[in-house]
Design a protein around this ligand. Structure first.
Ligand code: HEM
Length: 253
């Protein structure tokens, strides 16, 4: 599952893109609120608790003109989701998600995590039950984290649709045209309502940035070579796998 304790690392990480990303988040909430904010009745109380938690953590004031979850998500570069236990498993009850990687918040809202992960091959058989157990046991004040990565040819942060692959990726331009898009995800239990918060921080760099890390380029190339096509599709690299492999080999050499 790739989980490890967060330890002393911060839950929310501000970087030099904060200004631009917070402006983009505000714009998305203003112009496409129905796509980026969704809260079920079961999410209302935890949303209030989460908003106070975020505000305290980043020492930012909540704008009371907005729903508490939106107000919180306007303060940080992280997307915020809330899950709660129900008879059918842990259910996604609220989300403020401005930077989705190929999924629609409204399609997932109200679904148990097994259903949320429907398109992920192997999830139900291999990790679904373990994820449920992990969330059952998660203790307040002991957050965990995981990280994933994709290889997208479109650096749009708001990207609920699947990659359109409109860019022509060649071995020569892959370093510039392909982006390593990675989510730093933190899971924590709120102490009051007991709801679980799952934060998603989307970060991206050009593939060419691996020029300074030949070891990582080599590891990524062998991972891709050993993986089945389902993984290539999940990572977004299927349409330009050969071109990316050739660029990675060059950087690894
Ligand atoms: C321990 C917890 C979890 C594990 C191990 C896990 C695992 C995964 C994996 C393996 C993927 C495929 C992409 C990737 O590698 O990240 C994925 C995608 C995804 N996960 Fe999770 N997940 C967890 C928790 C959650 C939670 C709490 C949510 C609630 C919002 C969530 C929502 C999603 C969504 C929306 C996708 C994209 C699905 C799609 O493309 O349609 N995950 N997850």
């Amino acid at each position: 599952m790739g989980l490890r304790p967060l330890g002393a690392e911060p839950i929310f990480v501000a970087d030099d893109r904060a200004g631009a990303e917070l402006a983009l988040r505000a714009h998305l909430f203003d112009t496409r609120r129905a796509e980026v904010l969704a809260v079920l009745p079961a999410g209302e109380e935890p949303a209030v608790e989460l908003a106070a938690f975020v505000s305290e953590h980043v020492a930012g004031a909540l704008d009371t003109a907005f729903h508490p979850l939106e107000a919180a998500a306007r303060l940080v570069q992280e997307d915020l989701t809330i899950v709660r236990p129900a008879p059918q498993g842990h259910v996604l009850v609220a989300g403020a998600v401005c930077f989705p990687s190929g999924w629609y918040l409204r399609e997932k809202l109200g679904r148990p995590l097994m259903g949320v992960h429907d398109p992920i091959e192997g999830y139900a058989e291999e990790i679904g039950a373990r994820v449920e157990r992990f969330f059952e046991r998660l203790e307040p004040d002991r957050p965990f984290r995981r990280r994933n990565w994709f290889l997208y040819d479109d650096p749009s942060l708001f990207q609920p649709w699947d990659p359109t692959n409109e860019v022509v990726v060649t071995a020569a331009n892959a370093g510039q045209r392909v982006f390593i898009r990675s989510e730093r995800e933190v899971m924590l239990r709120l102490s009051g309502t007991g709801a679980i918060v799952f934060t998603i921080r989307t970060q991206q760099v050009r593939l060419a940035s691996l020029r300074t890390r030949p070891d990582v380029a080599a590891a990524m190339a062998s991972y891709l070579r050993e993986s089945p096509e389902a993984v290539h599709r999940l990572k977004g690299v299927a349409p330009y796998l050969a071109e990316v492999l050739s660029a990675l080999d060059e950087m690894a050499a």
